[in-house]
Design a binder for this molecule. Structure first.
Ligand SMILES: [Zn+2]
Length: 117
C-alpha cells in the first residue's frame, strides 16, 4: 500500500513587507481625477489656466479668456473682439500652430512676460 504524499504545497509566505502608504494611493487617485476634470473642461472649451495665453507673432491672432472662463481667439487690433471660433493646435508642450496662418507659436517665457509689462 503506497500513499502519495503531497509535499509540494506552496509555502505561505506573507509578502506584505513593502506596501505603499495608503495616502499615496489616494493622492495619485486625486491627481488622476483632477486631470480628468481638466480634460472635460478643455472639451467644453473652458480654459484651465495651466499655460500662458498665446499670441501669433505672424498674423496677430490672440487668445483670450471670457468672463465665463471660455477660451476664445480674435485678431489683434480689432474694435469689437469676437471669437473667431479658431483654436491654436498644440504641437508639443511649448509649441502651438496658429489656426489662422499656420505659423508655429511658442508659449511666452517668464522673461518675455516681464518684458511685456
Ligand atoms: Zn497666425
Amino acid at each position: 500500500m503506497s500513499r502519495v504524499k503531497k509535499t509540494h504545497r506552496p509555502a505561505k509566505h506573507s509578502a506584505n513587507g513593502r506596501t505603499k502608504p495608503s495616502h499615496m494611493g489616494d493622492l495619485i487617485e486625486l491627481f488622476r481625477h483632477l486631470e480628468k476634470v481638466k480634460q472635460q473642461a478643455r472639451v467644453l472649451g473652458i480654459f484651465t489656466d495651466d499655460r500662458e495665453l498665446l499670441a501669433c507673432p505672424s498674423c496677430g491672432l490672440l487668445e483670450d479668456v471670457t468672463a465665463e472662463g471660455l477660451l476664445v481667439t480674435y485678431p489683434k487690433d480689432i474694435k469689437d473682439p469676437k471669437d473667431t471660433g479658431l483654436r491654436f493646435h498644440q504641437l508639443d508642450t511649448e509649441s502651438f500652430q496658429c489656426p489662422a496662418c499656420g505659423a508655429t507659436c511658442h508659449l511666452p517665457t517668464e522673461e518675455e512676460l516681464w518684458a511685456d509689462i
